[in-house]
Every structure is written in C-alpha cells, then in structure tokens.
Design a protein around this ligand. Structure first.
Ligand code: G3P
Ligand code: CA
Length: 332
C-alpha cells in the first residue's frame, strides 16, 4: 500500500523536477534569455532625446536639450562637427546651409558651406533658431530667434555630470582628430570614468573605423555602432560578431528592427537602440520587440509609452543599463 502511494506521488514530483531542470538548462544555454530577463527586470528602456527634443525646439540648441530633459529623456544626443580651428560643435549636418542663418554679425559666407572650413568665430555669428520657427510655425517661439550653435564644451559646462550624453562622431573621416578631442574634453570634464562605469556618455558612430579608434584609445568606453537605413535586419546580423569586439550596442534604423535582430543582438550582449522613433504606435511596437532604448524627437511621447516602467532618475537609467550589459557579458 505504502509502495503504491509512493509510486503515485513520485510521478508529479518527477515531472516537476524535469520541468525545473529544463528551465535551468534553457536559461543557462541561452544568453539571449538571460539578457532579456536582465533588461526587462532591471534596466529600463532608454529614452534618448534625438538632437534634444528636436520635434519641439531647434535641434542641437540648449533649449532643445533642456526641453528633452524636462520631458523625461534619459540621454541628450549630440552630433559632432569639427571647426577649421579644431573646436567640436553640436551640429548634425556637415554644412551650415539647412539650419544656420546669417545675423548682423556675420560676414558673407560665414553661415553657408562646410563647418570644417569655418572658424568657431565665424559659425558663432550664425542664428540656428529662425529656420525652425519658419519650418515649424506650430512650435515657433520668439526666444528661438538668435540661438547659436553650442560647442561640446559649452554643453558639458551647462550640464556637467548631471545628465547623460549620447555623442556621435559625424563624418569622422573628414575631421581628423575628432576622436582625440572628444576624449580630451571628456577627461577635462570628469566624464571618462563615469562613461566607463555608468554609461554617462555613450559614443556612437556610423563609422566602424572611428569607433575602433576610440576603442584602441580606451577599451573601456561604451560604444554604439550605428547602421544606416540601407542595411537590413539580415545584413546587420551578419556584422554583429565583428561589432561586439569593440561595441556594447547597436543603433539600427527603426525599419530594420525585427525579432530576429533583437534576439541576435541580445545573444551577443549588444543593446539595441533604434533611431528615429517619433510615433507612439512604432514606439509601442519596438518596446514589445524588446529594444533597450530608442532615439526620439519627442521624448514626452516615449515617456508616456513607457509609463510606470520609465525610470524617473535619468542618471540611474544609464547605470542600470550599464549593469545589465556588464552582467550579460560576464555570463557569456
Ligand atoms: O544617432 C542616431 C541617429 O541620430 C542617426 O541618424 O542622421 O539623425 O544622426 P542621424
Ligand atoms: Ca545622430
């Protein structure tokens, strides 16, 4: 009797044991599962203010950065250009033509053409707010008129160690010395160690050579490899093994992101931060796919999508992302 009872009880116990063992095996052989678990439970989806809150204010101006932070952005993004006299400035385009307008202080030609052919004094005469008011009258503000292009140093002086920066080396092949100057400024403003340990600065580029140069200069800096919209999920996946030798994450175009790319990136402990995601339904779709953050011109919309899962302390969001990445890589 006792033997029969014992046999009956042992079947569910054995089944439970088999299920538990299978679960343990699944987690231990699948880095992607471990990463996803760490990210979903410990690291919030990062809200990256693309050129600041550039949907509402002139891109790469201090008001656009201020607004992004006010709206809940965990990072403010800077695109870098290098002036003729070697100063890093925050501007997306290689030329001044789209966003700069001459002022009474400008000489002819100061506010058109390539940034790398102008001195800082020349480009500081240009107004980068008026174009925005003309292009987006629904968001126009009188105080945007006359805004100037900030240097990276001015951005560091304004925000110091109180915010997270997501900095892109733009067209680095045409701006020799850009990487060294970026690292020098990060050192001067006490951001190097904070980047290494807390992801307070993430450095991004479409150029593998630029990121590999930075990696050679300091292998501890967290780097994000961008991929252009000409790529596909499959072509990006084919480059992930090479990318993970120097980067901690990837920045694909939002249209290239699918479940396979998220899985492949996470399997290599690469975070995935698509750009540029401005509409609520696409934000929701990407969050559901498991991305780790995204660039947006409208940080307030992403904050609403993230709701209670949004990290309120923006510096803490970066720390949690850094810790999740580190623990994933330790488990590989
Ligand atoms: O850096 C992510 C995204 O900004 C890349 O595109 O052209 O806006 O710099 P772009
Ligand atoms: Ca950018």
């Amino acid at each position: 009797m006792n033997q029969v009872t014992s046999t009956k009880l042992s079947i569910p116990v054995a089944l439970a044991l088999v299920a538990a063992l299978a679960a343990i095996l699944l987690v231990s052989v699948s880095p992607a599962s471990a990463k996803k678990k760490a990210l979903s439970q410990d690291a919030p989806v990062l809200n990256i203010g693309h050129r600041g809150a550039s949907g509402y204010a002139p891109e790469h101006t201090l008001p656009a950065y201020d607004l992004a932070l006010k709206m809940g952005a965990d990072y403010i993004e800077q695109d870098l250009q290098l002036t003729k006299d070697g100063v890093l400035v925050a501007l997306h385009d290689e030329t001044l033509d789209r966003t700069a307008r001459p002022t009474a202080e400008s000489a002819p030609g100061d506010c058109t053409g390539l940034v790398r052919e102008k001195t800082l004094a020349q480009i500081k005469t240009c107004d980068v707010g008026t174009w925005f008011n003309e292009t987006y009258p629904q968001y126009a503000q009188p105080e945007y008129i006359g805004l100037r292009i900030p240097t990276l140093e001015e951005v560091f002086q304004r925000y110091g160690k109180s915010v997270n920066y997501y900095i892109e080396t733009k067209s680095p092949e045409s701006a020799p010395g850009m990487e060294e100057e970026l690292l020098r400024l990060m050192d001067e403003y006490g951001l190097t160690e904070r980047a290494e340990e807390k992801w307070q600065v993430l450095i991004q580029s479409f150029s593998p050579a630029s990121l590999q140069k930075i990696h050679a200069l300091n292998p501890s800096l967290p780097l994000i490899q961008l991929f252009s919209g000409a790529e596909t999920s499959q072509s990006i996946q084919a480059r992930l093994d090479a990318t993970r030798t120097y980067a901690v994450g990837i920045g694909p175009s939002k249209n290239d992101v699918d479940a396979a790319l998220v899985e492949a990136a996470h399997a290599r402990c690469l975070d995935i931060h698509p750009y540029t995601v401005n509409e609520t339904p696409e934000m929701q779709k990407l969050v559901a796919l498991g991305v780790d953050g995204m660039f947006t011109n409208f940080p307030d919309r992403l904050e609403t999508v993230l709701g209670k899962d949004a990290e309120n302390g923006r510096k803490r969001a970066a720390v949690l992302a850094a810790q999740a990445s580190e623990s994933c890589r330790a488990g590989l």
